[in-house]
Design a protein around this ligand. Sequence first.
Ligand SMILES: CC1(C)c2ccccc2-c2ccc(C[C@@H](CC(=O)O)C(=O)C(=O)O)cc21
Ligand SMILES: [Zn+2]
Length: 331
Amino acid sequence: MCEEKQWNSTQLRRYDLELEQIPRLYYTDPKIDELISLNKPVVITGSNIIKTAKANWTPEYLEQNIGNAGHTVMLSKTHKFKYFDESKVLNKNNPHGIEFTPPTRKTKMKIGEFMRKLREWKPGNDRLYLQQPLNNTIGDLLVRDFINFDWEYINNKQSKHNWGPLTSNLILISQEGNVTPCHYDEQQNFFGQAYGYKRCILFPPSDFECLYPHPVYHPHDRQSMVDFDKPDYTRFPRFKFAKGYETVVEPGDVLYIPIYWWHHIESLMRGGPTISVNFWYKVGPTSLEYPLKDHQKVSITRNVEKMLLEVLQDPKEVGPLLRSMVLGRYT
Ligand SMILES: CC1(C)c2ccccc2-c2ccc(C[C@@H](CC(=O)O)C(=O)C(=O)O)cc21
Ligand SMILES: [Zn+2]
């Protein structure tokens, strides 16, 4: 029987993008391994990977069981939560940083205060996004749920596809309508959706030239400079050629976000709070096999930018040197 959909398209933000669907496959389907080995995204459905989270993790349950520590909560004046690396911001003990006005603020909050602020939220208030690494501060029931994830399935994928060690699991509690803007991570990611619905838009690493990442030394390193709500086609003309893939993940789904794939993730508008848990895997230094994969080329560009900054010291000199090296000679 076809389940009635729990959401409708008016809850999705509208972007000037052509989007294909990310395949949704039942967890026993061997095509899942084919896609993962090709570093392509896939939604794994019907599995027990995060079954206990799907069964138990409601906002009320987390309020009771996530633990009594202060949790990291991001605050934003807009619906966008654009990540930035604090270590790259100019400040007294970082003379090489660059001028930067952080778009979000980090604070610590007990879960009760966070949930109250969500319930009492009004337009004009800061929006909230809670993230909590699964560590020894979380409550016993959450530890039990975490232990009862289907680790046999997860570890089988990790070893079959030569992922490195699991580096962290983040629990994410988002306010409805929040957006994590388009960025890539240097880790393989099993993105589990426990409660509520999230729309995920992904682009392959080969779309690097259409998504204009900030310079590597910028606090918004790895984040796209393009504002999806209002793209500046003069500065970013190739954005119109970006070829995206999308899906709306529902409770129990696990989306495989391949390393270096761009992803924009939004909690559906008017869909209530959402709860996700991700699994990040660091990959060791891979030997370069030819022809190089697209994500390896992105990694090479990062090394060039880092080396140039190191030797030039002044961030403002990196662009001009690259330009003089390339214009008229390689273009
Ligand atoms: C935006 C936020 C809260 C944040 C602020 C400051 C530092 C880190 C982070 C951070 C890290 C991961 C996510 C989860 C997910 C995006 C999503 O689900 O919204 C994602 O990108 C991934 O799993 O790779 C979200 C965040
Ligand atoms: Zn990410």
